[in-house]
Design a binder for this molecule. Structure first.
Ligand code: AHR
Length: 322
């Protein structure tokens, strides 16, 4: 009843141009109304994630209200407040940063609407503010990046290597946890991080960061550890223009595993990519539907992920889909 009323109000508001969200209803009556606040469209990961959630909503017969926050936390907070006002059945969102969610999520709880975190997580003392977090184990991604590098270092016969790190958005879960996993794994192994700079997960910022790092450290750089494909692809031309061959003069390690970066890995200009899959739509729909049916759900759900590298035969790798 509540769902049907919400759909009617929602579509009326959208028809009047009062709704900043995009809503879809599948079939005569959707089984569930899901409000999803996407943080932006900064990378092929993010675009793939949005598309997968939209596709899977259709497939599962879920009516989706999708909002793009354009990289702004305040836009995500406003979107969540709109979802509460529409009385959606379930709210899901990918938090751009970890802190600052307690007030709005308390409002969702007071309205009796369960919240699912997708991709990233939040920092809070109040663990009942969300019911489940679906996303990568970012710490393990940092560990996998470091494990590749330790193997590479042994094969190169080097005692020490100097690393520059281009991280993602400050105070975001992937930025923090990838860094921690990487640093914990390289500790005491003769690997030194010259500097970490934030490239905000953006291609243009990856290029800027790389220019800065090359200007400051030049020949000292043995390894570039970049927290996503977008920034890596931005950094590569800078390395080449400075006279170095990425993949040979410098070891290049990236994260995500989108098609463009995988193709560059096959060319030999990237050495290793740790997978971060954006394909979270099915798990999200199944979790939201289980919640609606009052079934038990897992508090944390991590998809299986792997690393791709110049040690692998990637000739039969299926298209990545993002
Ligand atoms: O939260 C996942 C990260 O966000 C991806 O690695 C990056 O590409 C995206 O922007």
């Amino acid at each position: 009843m509540r769902t049907r009323l919400a759909i009617v109000i929602l579509f009326a508001l959208c028809a009047l141009g009062l709704c900043g969200c995009e809503a879809r209803q599948q079939g005569a009556e959707a089984s569930l109304v899901l409000g999803f606040s996407q943080l932006g469209s900064e990378s092929s990961f993010r675009i793939g994630n949005t598309r997968d959630i939209e596709d899977k909503a259709k497939q599962y017969g879920v009516s989706l209200m999708m909002d793009d926050a354009n990289q702004k936390q305040e836009n995500q907070i406003q979107a969540i407040r709109r979802f509460i006002a529409y009385r959606v059945d379930v709210i899901a969102f990918s938090p751009i940063v970890e802190e600052g969610w307690d007030n709005v999520l308390t409002e969702a709880r007071q309205a009796g609407i369960p919240v699912i975190l997708v991709d990233r997580t939040i920092q809070t003392e109040d663990h009942d503010l969300y019911v489940s977090q679906i996303g990568a184990d970012f710490y393990q991604e940092g560990v996998m990046a470091a494990e590749y590098l330790l193997k590479k270092k042994a094969d190169m016969g080097q005692d020490t290597l100097n690393i520059v790190e281009i991280t993602g958005t400050e105070n975001s879960t992937p930025m923090k946890r990838r860094h921690e996993g990487f640093m914990d794994t390289i500790a005491g192994q003769g690997l030194r991080v010259l500097e970490s700079v934030s490239g905000d997960f953006l291609r243009s910022r990856g290029a800027e960061c790389m220019r800065y790092l090359l200007g400051k450290y030049g020949d000292e750089i043995d390894v570039v550890f970049s927290h996503n494909d977008e920034m890596t692809v931005g950094a590569l031309p800078e390395i080449e223009q400075a006279g170095y061959r990425p993949g040979q003069d410098m070891v290049i390690i990236s994260i995500d595993g989108g098609q463009e970066a995988i193709d560059i890995l096959k060319e030999g200009r990237i050495n290793c990519i740790v997978e971060c899959t954006p394909m979270l739509g099915s798990i999200l729909m199944e979790t939201a539907l289980a919640l609606k049916d009052g079934k038990a759900i897992d508090r944390e759900i991590h998809p299986a992920e792997r690393a791709f590298s110049d040690y692998d035969d990637l000739s039969n790798l299926p298209p990545r889909g993002y």
